[in-house]
Design a protein around this ligand. Structure first.
Ligand SMILES: *Cc1c(COP(=O)(O)O)cnc(C)c1O
Length: 410
């Protein structure tokens, strides 16, 4: 699957071409170490409050030079007009939802999404009289049927957590446009691989905590969208990002901007390693789900939607049938230093956890089984291992040790 069509959107080249110099000619932009900013004229300050001045900084909750650099870089990578970074992924997701929906409104959301987002929609926004219908996002008819006159947005993840289901962004965008509502897409699992805005998404969100930063030393988030929508979020009078205040610290945004430079080569390596592992485990008869396998139900759709060159991503799931076997397997893998038993993803080391049923209790039990959401499901974020053959051998041996292959015979 190599498509080197030069006219295709090329986010790796975009990242390489981003050039911000420091104020003293530094090869990295200087870090802004200020919460507030001076004005030469009082009038300019008033204009800035009203959002009428470009290039003037008012107060760092609104934006800072360092946050502005990272936001611009993210907007370019996601091919949107503008962007605004946030202190965490949830600090990006929650203002978007609260900006687009208010009392009496309705949201259509994918039923398998990040646990925090699910909890926010299910348990938190009802306090503001906002209702959410959770649907199978791969069933476009169900999505359309769930839309009501008071629906304000469709919410989904490009590649879903934890089941690795792919949302057909182009088709969902057509539905959203038909009903004049917004399509909001969390692209955290698949940076560079997908560019949802090119497929019609109105708002694209990332948890920068994961692949984009890649070093698991900070949380961060970003909202990428039109200049209009980003300005609405930052409005001093009624902007959810401005008023709820989930602002990223300048030091952190400077760090993430530097780490972002290596994102293209990291994504390629994550994908290569995950592809190698998934293919070999599948050959061994292990129940493995990976979008780069022909056995993945949306393998063809993935190929149709993806940007070339970055592979099928670093996330795979294994189904070990029982929760006990999954637990034993993960603890042994950690003992052998294959990876860490930890939530989160996009790290240079492999991370694994068993997401269980906690976040998808909305889905009836029998449907959970059909979806493949079993107690023994392990989600793995494959690391940047240099010798993936060695990692694969260790995993296979560990599967033998926990009796995975015995069980299959019986
Ligand atoms: C981690 C994650 C989030 C939340 O991001 P934080 O940075 O932890 O706030 C949202 N969506 C997805 C898909 C995630 O993996």
């Amino acid at each position: 699957m190599k498509n080197s069509d030069k006219n295709k959107f090329n986010p790796a080249q975009i990242i390489q071409d981003i050039q911000f110099f420091g104020e003293f000619g530094g090869v990295n932009p200087s870090i802004s170490d200020s919460a507030t900013y001076t004005f030469m004229k009082a009038k300019t300050m008033l204009d800035t409050f009203e959002g009428n001045t470009d290039g003037c900084y008012l107060y760092s909750r609104h934006t800072s030079p360092s946050n502005h650099y990272l936001s611009m870089a993210m907007a370019q990578m996601e091919n949107t007009e503008s962007a605004n970074v946030a202190a965490s992924g949830m600090g990006a997701i929650t203002p978007v939802i609260l900006q687009l929906a208010g009392s009496g409104d309705h949201i259509v959301s994918a039923r398998t999404i990040y646990g925090g987002t699910y909890a926010f929609l299910k348990n938190f926004v009802p306090k503001f009289n906002i209702e959410t219908s959770f649907v199978d996002i791969t069933d476009l008819q169900k999505v359309e049927e769930a839309i009501r006159t008071n629906t304000k947005l469709i919410y989904c993840e490009t590649l879903s957590n934890p089941l690795l289901e792919l949302a057909d962004i182009e088709a969902l965008s057509k539905i959203a446009k038909k009903y004049n509502i917004k399509l909001v897409v969390d692209n955290t699992f698949t940076p560079l691989i997908f560019t949802p805005a090119n497929l019609g998404a109105d708002v694209v969100i990332h948890s920068l905590t994961k692949f984009i930063n890649g070093t698991n030393d900070t949380v961060g988030g970003v909202i990428c969208s039109t200049t209009d929508f980003i300005n609405t979020l930052k409005n001093v009078n009624d902007g959810a990002s401005m008023l709820l205040g989930p602002v990223m610290d300048s030091l952190r945004s400077a760090q993430i901007l530097k780490n972002m430079r290596t994102l293209p080569i990291r994504m390629i390596k994550h994908s290569q390693n995950a592809q190698y592992l998934a293919e070999n485990l599948e050959k061994d008869g292990v129940k493995v789900k990976y979008p780069g396998l022909k056995s993945h139900p949306q393998h063809e759709l993935f190929k149709k939607m993806m940007n070339p060159d970055f592979g099928f991503g670093g996330m795979i799931t294994l189904d070990l049938k029982t929760g006990e076997m999954a637990t034993e397997f993960m603890e042994k893998l950690q003992e052998k230093n294959v990876g860490y038993l930890a939530v989160s993803l996009g790290f240079y080391k492999t991370l694994f956890n068993a997401p269980g049923k906690g976040t998808s209790s909305e889905v009836p039990e029998e449907e959970q089984a059909k979806m493949g959401l079993s107690d023994g499901l392990i989600r793995m974020s494959i690391g940047l291992d240099f010798d993936m053959e060695n990692t694969y051998k260790k995993m296979k041996q560990t599967l033998q040790e926990v009796g995975y292959f015995d069980k299959q015979l019986s």
